[in-house]
Design a binder for this molecule. Structure first.
Ligand code: NDP
Length: 446
């Protein structure tokens, strides 16, 4: 649980960094954390956020005094929210125990306020309710923006301007997509920074919360055997593969606007690449790690069109079953050229990695998943880090800029030239072009 609140920040615009370190232990009895899930009626809130918050509560990781508010336009009472949330909570954390009692206790701490995302008045009502629950305690506030990105700014503006008093920190978790290219991402960051400073923005990439990804740094930096081998001297190529064995299944509307390069490569796979390839950080502090990630991203060559293969899955019949193609999804335009598959070769121009191809492959409706099971704790880990103010696994704006610089030119070229994707059957290994791309660098996909 919480030890200290560092760099607490006033929630009222214009934000200023609060330099004083607040001793949480001495304020513990008097302090409280209010967590507001904005977009609480949505899929992500139900599937991931509330279950993760419950798991943290069950494990005793949330502070003694906390309140959770759901906020969305849908009309709901507190009881209806609790009913909705209760359907997605599980006792998976400790199957031997009956966690029903804990669930009841958790649900009693959950409330709901219905409002518009652009209404100062509605957010002021929420603020009033939060204050009632905070009951004069030293209050810290976490907002989780689980809403479509076009309404982020309104929600942040209203949440920050309607806060009628300032005590502890205010932090905002933002879900991807962080823009569609360099310009839109920079515009989003500029707008967010009108109301928040960088320390208050927690850009979440749930891949970074996965234990396997976390273990990468441990594997690398805690084993003397690996560090001397971790370079072009001993590594011929590096591959990052994301594979899903299902298609968009009726949720293609969102995906069609982004495509697999923006949805998976530019963020999740590139983040893992940066962790894999960065130099040893000065310390394991968030800023030192993020500095090294930015450095390695800036040492990379922007992706070239020649080094990218795009694909799109088509309908495929196997036995009695017909699997639909991407454009059979009713939420996708019939003439869509959006890639559901991409393979790319990237290069890092530094002494450690000069000449080593870093290959990425990401696809939907392929023959296999990477992992057979969901690894459930990424959101728990990240939510706890946000409450604790641990920024190591969140993406800083300069990292984001560097990541977009690598992909924006090729994305523009693909779209301007209307490059037609290579079609591959649903459930196959993806387009053959991916093998030619790898072969050009004398590599076979693992
Ligand atoms: P939803 O589409 O379910 O939207 C969440 C809520 O936002 C809805 O319940 C709705 O609440 C409100 N909303 C939806 N569309 C609009 C609109 N056009 N105008 C105003 N309000 C709207 O999103 P998800 O819950 O799936 O995802 C939330 C965020 O997280 C998105 O940014 C998404 O890209 C991102 N994300 C989602 C993942 C997932 O697994 N679902 C994974 C990774 C990221 P109401 O009508 O009650 O106001």
């Amino acid at each position: 649980p919480l030890k200290k609140l560092k760099n607490g920040i006033s929630p009222v615009a214009p934000p200023k960094e609060q330099k004083d370190t607040i001793d949480f232990d001495s304020n513990k009895a008097k302090s409280t954390v209010s967590i507001t899930v904005v977009g609480a009626s949505g899929d992500l809130a139900k599937k991931k956020i509330f279950p993760a918050l419950f798991a943290l509560y069950y494990e005793g990781c949330l502070p003694e005094h906390f309140t959770i508010f759901g906020y969305a336009r849908s009309k709901m009472t507190d009881a209806e929210l609790r009913n909705m949330v209760s359907k997605t909570l599980t006792c998976r954390i400790d199957k031997r125990e009956n966690c029903g009692e804990k669930m009841e206790q958790f649900l009693e701490r959950c409330f709901y306020h219905s409002g518009q995302y652009d209404s100062l008045e509605n957010f002021a009502e929420l603020d009033k309710k939060l204050k009632e629950h905070e009951a004069g305690r030293f209050s810290n506030r976490l907002f989780y923006l689980s809403i479509p990105p076009n309404i982020f700014i309104n929600a942040v503006r209203c949440a920050s301007l309607s806060a009628s008093s300032a005590h502890g920190w205010t932090r905002v978790i933002v879900e991807k997509p962080f823009g569609r290219d360099s310009e839109s991402s920079a515009a989003l960051t500029r707008s967010l920074k009108q109301y928040l400073n960088e320390d208050q923005i927690f850009r979440i990439d749930h891949y970074l919360g996965k234990e396997l990804v976390e273990n990468l740094s441990v594997l690398r930096f805690s084993n003397l055997i690996f560090e001397p081998l971790w370079s072009r001297q001993y590594i011929r190529n590096v591959q990052f593969i994301f594979s899903e064995d299902f298609g968009t299944e009726g949720r293609g509307g969102y995906f069609d606007h982004y495509g697999i390069i923006r949805d998976i490569m530019q963020n999740h796979l590139l983040q893992i690449l940066a962790l894999f390839a960065m130099e040893t950080p000065v310390s394991l502090d968030a800023e030192d790690i993020r500095n090294e990630k930015v450095k390695v991203l800036r040492s990379m060559r922007p992706l070239q069109l020649d080094d990218v293969i795009i694909g799109q899955y088509k309908c495929h019949t196997k036995g009695d079953v017909t699997y639909p193609g991407y454009t059979d999804d009713k939420t996708v335009p019939k003439d869509s050229l959006t890639p559901t598959f991409a393979a790319a070769a990237l290069f890092i121009d530094n002494a450690r990695w000069d000449g080593v191809p870093f290959l990425m492959k990401a696809g939907k409706a392929l023959h296999t998943r990477r992992y057979s099971k969901e690894i459930p704790d990424a959101y728990e880990r990240l939510l706890l880090d946000a409450v604790e103010g641990e920024r190591r696994l969140f993406i800083r704006s300069d990292e984001l800029d560097a990541a977009w610089s690598l992909f924006t030119p090729v994305l523009k070229e693909l779209e301007d030239k209307k490059i037609v994707p290579e079609y591959y059957p649903y459930g196959s290994r993806g387009p053959i072009g991916a093998h030619y791309l790898a072969a050009r660098y004398k590599v076979r996909w693992g």
